[in-house]
Design a protein around this ligand. Structure first.
Ligand code: NAD
Length: 496
C-alpha cells in the first residue's frame, strides 16, 4: 500500500486534510494505495508556490525554458517503460498501449522545445512616420490543469509542457482514480531542471477542482473529462473570469462504404472500438455500414474477431485489452448492455459475465457487439466508455452524415472507403472536430491542435499545437515613436 501525495514547490508533501480515497489495481480488484484529497488550504499553498515562481520563470528566456524540455524529452524517453508501468498499474491498460500513450506525450514535449520559435513576435517598421509596431505573446500567470483517468500521463502532458514553455507556472489536478503516473511525470520534469514551484500537483476530487476554479490567482484552466463536468468547469471557471478550455465526451462514428476493404475496416474497428477497453475519448463506438449488404458483411467480419479478443492484465504481453477502470464502471457498462437488449438491439456478442482465471475479482468485461441499433436507444445516445460497439444501418451516405451531425457529440469520426469523392464530401460536411479518412482514430500529431465540436468541447481554443500558444498567452501590441517624432506638438487626429 502506498500513498499518492501532493507536489508543492518542488517537495512531495502528504496532505493533512484527513481525507483520502482508495486506489485499486483494476486487474485484481485489490486496493493498492490511497490518494490524498487536498484541502482548500493546500490548493492555496500550491497556487501560492506557482505564483511565487512566476516572475522568475516568465522572465527566463524561451531558449532556456526550451532547454529544460529538451532534457525532459530525453528523460521521458529513458523512463518510458517506468511511466508505462505506473499507468498500467492503476489504469489497467496493456503495457504496449501505455507505451503508446507515452510516445504521444513525448511529441508534445518535443513541440514545446520549439518555444523560442513559437513565441517569436511580429514587427512592422514605419507603420506611420517614425513609428514602429510590435506584437508579442506574454504568459497568463498561474494555469491549472484538470485531467481524466483514461490517459493518466498523456492528457496532463497535452497541457503542462506547452503552458510552461510559454512562461506560465502550473498546478495539475490529476484523476483521483489513477494519480501516480501524472505525479511521476511531473517529478521527472523537476529532475530535468525545472525550478521549484513552476509545476505543482494537487491530488483531490471535486473539492480540489472547485478550489482551483474559484481561486483568484488561477488565470486559466485546461480541462479534459466527461461532458457534464466539462460544461460545469467551463461555466464556473469563466464566471470567475478565467480563460477556460474544457474538452468533453464523445460518441465517435465510423462510416464503412460498400467499396471499403471489409477486413481492413473490421480490423480498424477492432482496434478503435476495443483497444484500451473502449475507454478512449476517440474510441469508435458506432459503426455505420452503408447499405444492408455492407452491414451483413461487416457484422460477419466483426463477430469472430470480437469473440476472439485476447483479454488480460497489463503483464500479459499477448493481451489486446485490459480491464475497465473501476467496479462501478464495470457495473455501469453492464447496465448499458442490459438496456440495449431491453430496448430491442441485437446483441451479437455478449461480453457480460466474462471472467478471467486467476483474476476473478478484476474489472474485466468481454467485448460486446450490438447490431440493429437505432438512434433512439440509450446505447446510441450515451457515451458508454467501455468495450461495446454498436452497428447502425442508415439507408444511404446522406442519412449517415445526417445521423452523425444530429448527435450531440462531435469529437471524432472516420470514413473507410476507396471513393475519394465520398471521402471529400464527408470531411467537408461532417460536424465533427477530428476526421479520419481510412484512419480510425484521427488524433492529430502534436503540431496540429485539435478539439471536439458541439458538446464535446467548451471554449474556443484547441489543445496543444499552435492553439496552445494562443490559449496559454495573451497578445500585447506595442506602438513606438521616439522623441524627435513627438517634438512637433500634439496631434489630435489619426494619420491620414
Ligand atoms: P470525469 O469528468 O469524471 O473526471 C475528469 C476530472 O474531473 C477528474 O480530475 C475528476 O476528479 C474531476 N471531476 C469529476 N467529477 C467532478 C465534479 N463533480 N466537479 C468537479 N470536478 C470533477 O472524466 P473521467 O471519467 O475521468 O474521464 C473520462 C471522460 O473523459 C470521457 O467522457 C472521455 O470521453 C473524456 N475524455 C475526453 C478527451 C477529449 O480529448 N475530448 C480526452 C480524454 C478523455
Amino acid at each position: 500500500m502506498y500513498s499518492v501525495n501532493n507536489l508543492i514547490n518542488g517537495q512531495a508533501v502528504a496532505s493533512d486534510s484527513g481525507r483520502s480515497k482508495p486506489v485499486f489495481n483494476p486487474a485484481t480488484g485489490e486496493q493498492i494505495g490511497t490518494v490524498d484529497l487536498s484541502s482548500d488550504v493546500e490548493i492555496d499553498q500550491a497556487v501560492a508556490a506557482a505564483k511565487a515562481a512566476l516572475p522568475g520563470w516568465a522572465a527566463t528566456s524561451p531558449a532556456k525554458r526550451a532547454r529544460v524540455f529538451f532534457a525532459y524529452a530525453a528523460l521521458v524517453r529513458e523512463k518510458a517503460d517506468d511511466i508505462a508501468r505506473e499507468i498500467s498499474r492503476e489504469h489497467g491498460k496493456t503495457h504496449d498501449d501505455a507505451l503508446g500513450e507515452v510516445t504521444r506525450a513525448l511529441e508534445v514535449i518535443e513541440y514545446a522545445c520549439a518555444a523560442p520559435e513559437l513565441l517569436k513576435g511580429e514587427f512592422s517598421r514605419n507603420v506611420g512616420p517614425g513609428i514602429d509596431t510590435h506584437s508579442e505573446r506574454q504568459p497568463l500567470g498561474v494555469v491549472a490543469g484538470i485531467t481524466p483517468f483514461n490517459f493518466p500521463a498523456m492528457v496532463p502532458m497535452w497541457m503542462f509542457p506547452m503552458a510552461i514553455a510559454c512562461g506560465n507556472t502550473f498546478v495539475l489536478k490529476p484523476s483521483e482514480r489513477d494519480p501516480s503516473a501524472a505525479t511521476f511525470v511531473c517529478e521527472l520534469l523537476m529532475q530535468a531542471g525545472l525550478p521549484a514551484g513552476v509545476i505543482n500537483v494537487v491530488q483531490g476530487d471535486k473539492g480540489a477542482v472547485d478550489a482551483l476554479l474559484d481561486h483568484p490567482d488561477v488565470k486559466a484552466v485546461s480541462f479534459v473529462g466527461s461532458t457534464p463536468i466539462a460544461e460545469y468547469v467551463y461555466r464556473r471557471g469563466t464566471d470567475a473570469g478565467k480563460r477556460v478550455q474544457a474538452l468533453g465526451g464523445a460518441k465517435n462514428h465510423m462510416i464503412v462504404m460498400p467499396d471499403a476493404d471489409m477486413e481492413q475496416a473490421a480490423d480498424a474497428l477492432m482496434g478503435a472500438g476495443y483497444g484500451s477497453a473502449g475507454e478512449r475519448c476517440m474510441a469508435v463506438s458506432v459503426a455505420v455500414p452503408i447499405g444492408a449488404e455492407t452491414a451483413t458483411r461487416l457484422v460477419d467480419a466483426l463477430k469472430p474477431k470480437v469473440e476472439a479478443l485476447k483479454i488480460g492484465p497489463s503483464s500479459d504481453e499477448t493481451a489486446e485489452m485490459g480491464p475497465v477502470i473501476t467496479a462501478e464502471a464495470k457495473e455501469r457498462i453492464t447496465g448499458m448492455i442490459d438496456s440495449g437488449v431491453a430496448q430491442g438491439a441485437e446483441l451479437v456478442v455478449d461480453g457480460r459475465g466474462f471472467s478471467l482465471q486467476g483474476y476473478e475479482d478484476g474489472y474485466f468485461l468481454g467485448g460486446s457487439l450490438f447490431d440493429k441499433v437505432t438512434p433512439d436507444m440509450d446505447i446510441y445516445k450515451t457515451e458508454i466508455f467501455g468495450p461495446v460497439l454498436a452497428v447502425l444501418e442508415p439507408q444511404n451516405f446522406d442519412s449517415a452524415v445526417k445521423l452523425i451531425n444530429d448527435h450531440e457529440y462531435g469529437n471524432g469520426t472516420a470514413i473507410f472507403t476507396r471513393d475519394g469523392d465520398a471521402a471529400r464530401k464527408f470531411s467537408s460536411s461532417i460536424e465533427v472536430g477530428m476526421v479520419g479518412v481510412n484512419v480510425p482514430i484521427p488524433v492529430p500529431v502534436a503540431f496540429h491542435s485539435f478539439g471536439g465540436w458541439k458538446r464535446s468541447s467548451f471554449g474556443s481554443h484547441g489543445i496543444y499545437g499552435p492553439e496552445a500558444v494562443h490559449f496559454y498567452t495573451r497578445l500585447k501590441t506595442t506602438t513606438t515613436r521616439w522623441p524627435e517624432g513627438i517634438s512637433q506638438g500634439a496631434v489630435f487626429t489619426f494619420p491620414n
